[in-house]
Write a protein that binds this ligand. Structure first.
Ligand SMILES: Cc1ncc(COP(=O)(O)O)c(C=O)c1O
Length: 190
């Protein structure tokens, strides 16, 4: 099973990622994940200290969350824009309330990269500035906006000079002290 999944990854998703997982001895599928424990297709068990970078704050497959998700999918499986989404509205209300009235707008995102792109747009809109400082070695996701802040050259390369207005700036004052200066360079949103 893992072998054919790995082959499909290598052929259709990313040979680099497949190679990376093989090097890490992690080219296996997950057979079961509960709480903090993950069991892979080779029968190995891992304690998950990363928790999906915060996605699994309640552990893997917490029964209350799984039950609520299944109930929602069965009740209203249509997740598209033309209709109001009651769970989204309720979540936004609760998140806004948690800020004690300091913030009243919520942007619900599905991925980290989308969140970073939205933060770039928000920063540019609110400051009217186009320069963003990012840390060397930093990773923010694979969308064009997030890649434009990427401090890992092998990932950052595709975002440079390929239609994006953001680009890495080599040298100059802003590149000192392990922080990199990045230029939005234009007036358009990313
Ligand atoms: C620090 C950091 N930011 C952003 C991302 C991008 O998240 P996503 O893969 O959900 O777009 C990642 C993904 O690993 C990350 O580690």
């Amino acid at each position: 099973m893992s072998e054919s999944v790995l082959q499909a990854y290598r052929t259709h998703i990313s040979s680099n990622y497949a190679d990376f997982l093989e090097r890490m001895d992690l080219a296996c599928t997950v057979e079961e994940a509960r709480g903090t424990i993950i069991r892979d297709s080779r029968g190995r068990s891992f304690i998950d200290f990363i928790a999906g970078y915060g996605v699994f704050n309640f552990g893997h497959n917490p029964s209350d969350v799984v039950r609520a998700l299944c109930a929602e999918l069965e009740a209203a499986p249509l997740w598209n824009r033309p209709f109001l989404q009651a769970p989204a509205a309720r979540l936004a209300e609760r998140l806004a309330a948690l800020t004690g009235g300091a913030l009243d707008r919520v942007l619900l995102c599905s991925t980290g990269a989308e969140t970073v792109d939205s933060a770039i747009k928000l920063a540019r809109l609110s400051t009217r500035r186009t320069e963003i400082v990012a840390a060397q070695g930093g990773f923010h996701g694979f969308t064009l906006g997030a890649l434009s802040l990427c401090g890992i050259p092998i990932h950052a390369r595709p975002s440079e000079n390929r239609g994006s207005r953001a680009r890495a700036r080599a040298g100059g004052d802003r590149s000192r002290n392990s922080a990199r200066g990045l230029s939005g360079g234009g007036t358009g949103d990313l």
